[in-house]
Every structure is written in C-alpha cells, then in structure tokens.
Design a protein around this ligand. Sequence first.
Ligand code: GDP
Ligand code: ZN
Length: 343
Amino acid sequence: MAKRQLNRRQNWRIEKIQGERAARAAKREQHALQELEGGDLGPEQLGLVIAHFGVQVEVEAQDGDDAGQIFRCHLRANLPALVTGDRVVWRAGNQGIGVIVAQMPRTSELCRPNNQGQLKPVASNVDLIVIVFAPAPEPQANLIDRYLVAAEHAGIRPLLLLNKADLIDEQNAPALNALLAVYRSLGYPLLEVSAHHGGGMQTLQQNLAGHVSVFVGQSGVGKSSLVNSLLPNAQSRVGDLSDWSGQGTHTTTTARLYHFPNGGDLIDSPGIREFGLGHVSRDDVEEGFIEFRDLLGTCRFRDCKHDREPGCALLIALEEGRIQQQRMNSYRSIIASLPQETY
Ligand code: GDP
Ligand code: ZN
C-alpha cells in the first residue's frame, strides 16, 4: 500500500513537471508564432506534413518555386492536432520557417491508443496497408487476419506481401500455399518478393506507386529490409531527426513520410509497423471479415454469437464451405482477445 501511494505521488510529480514543461514549450511556441506572424509571410500554398514533433511540424511544399523543399512550421492555435500525411495550407516565413493556417480534410486515419488509452490518429491519408509475412517466422493466419480487420475497419486497401520467397522449400510450401489460397479466394491482392534477392521487387514498386503506404507485420518478417531496399537513401533522412531534439518538446517523433524513388509514399515509424487491433468492437471485427458481411444480421437470433446457436448463418456457411475454417478460427480468437466490455 505504502509503495503504491509513493508511486502515485511520484506519478503526480512527474505529471506536474511534464505539464510545466509543456506549458513553457507552448509559451515559447506562441512567442515564435507571434514573431513570424508579425513579419512578412508568403502567400498561402499547399503542403504535406512529413513529420511532426509535438507542437511543430515539418512540411514539404507542394507547389510553386519551393515544391519539394522542407520547412519547419508552427501551428496557429485554433488548428486541430496534425499528423504525418496531413495536407495543409501554409505560409512561408523567413529562414525556412513557416506557419500552418489550415488543415485539408483527411481521406483516412490510422489510429492508436496513446499512453492514456485514448485513441489518437498517428497518420493520415494512407490508402494502402502492406501486410508483410514470410515463410519464417512461421506465418500466423490469425495475425494476418487481425491486420486485415484493422485495414477494413480503417477503410484502407490491404496488400498481402509474402517476403523471403527465397526461403520457400518443399517443407513449408504446402502450408504456405494453403494459406495463400485462402486469401486469394477472398480476392485480396497478394505479392511474393524477396527483399534480399530482389525477386518481385519491381512489381512491388509498381504496386506502391501512386499510393501512400504503411508496412505492418510481425517482427522478423523483413519490414526493415524491404523498406531499406525500397528507400536506399532513407537512413540519412532519418538522421535529420536528431537536429530537432535540442529542445525538449521535439523529441517524440511519431511517424515520418518518405517518397519512394519510383513513385508513391511511405509513412513509417516503429509504432505504425505494429499497428494492430487495440480498439475495435465485436461488430467491427465481424464487419472486418469480408465474407461475413452479407450474412450478418441473418442469424435466427439477433444477438447470435455465432458459437453454437441454431440457425446461425455463419455456422451454416462454415458447414457449406462458404466460410473457411481458418478464418472462423481467427474470428473466434480475435473476439476472445477483445476487452470484455466490447462484447
Ligand atoms: P522486421 O523485424 O520485420 O523489420 O525484419 P528485418 O528486416 O529486421 O528482417 C528480419 C530478418 O530476416 C533479418 O535477418 C533479415 O536479414 C532477414 N530477411 C529479410 N528479408 C529477407 C529475404 O528476402 N530473404 C531472406 N532469406 N531473409 C530475409
Ligand atoms: Zn450467428
């Protein structure tokens, strides 16, 4: 008990210090903004948020003479929180610093719970979720289905990417083929590549062109290797980030946007690579299994849990082979993993 109280007191102290620090940063920020606004600002132009650091963002100019150049920007106070991928209207100040004056509507949002458990967007305007798996570590259908449900829930198109195709052999081929067959029959796009040997990488590049993608998947499937191969110069740009950490408020980088040399963008961060299913309801999960959609609401009992109820449309479809056993297993394991109150 005593220990717990101490912890609470410590927590309170930490929160107080953090609060004071944030307040000081906000004041500094407000001051910088006022100075900028008092000077000569350029005309309004379109920009793309490629990184954000607490109260400031890094914006790439989208048009005019500055197109492609990167500017650090302050945010006007009335703006909502911006995330990487946001399209904005901004005005250039002096010395490469600018002011964001408006946020354009988002076409999609990737959300994650923050430390306080509140769901917050971490990236916007993503339109392709590349779900990476490999012969090794052994693919977990259940995990792939979680990512698919998350993609469907966010309204973002998924692309299944089997990496390490060079490791396919007589032993693992049957199980892999069975797995791939399930997703092919559902109509999900599927590619096989080898980040190491280059096989299929050109086709992958073509599939990424014209999209804003994120790469997700279990640790060890080769996401870093893929990204490194697709973005040969990324390392130096990631290095830029340390320049920002001089002031306490700029240390947390949630995500960064990169341009693929052959077209298309990538939004990447360690957090996004693990983007999963922390925050969906039972209904969302059901909707996320695309082969369930037409059947939902047609079970005999309105509150059917599709477990062993008579007249369950999903169980009948399972028996008739319209739903595959592996997907039903995933569905059940995802439902079982949801927090109790969402049942
Ligand atoms: P991440 O955890 O998903 O980012 O995976 P990494 O990119 O760190 O890769 C995990 C391991 O798989 C490393 O040892 C890589 O060298 C290896 N790897 C990545 N891509 C390939 C591939 O195409 N073929 C083979 N054989 N190994 C690969
Ligand atoms: Zn049912």
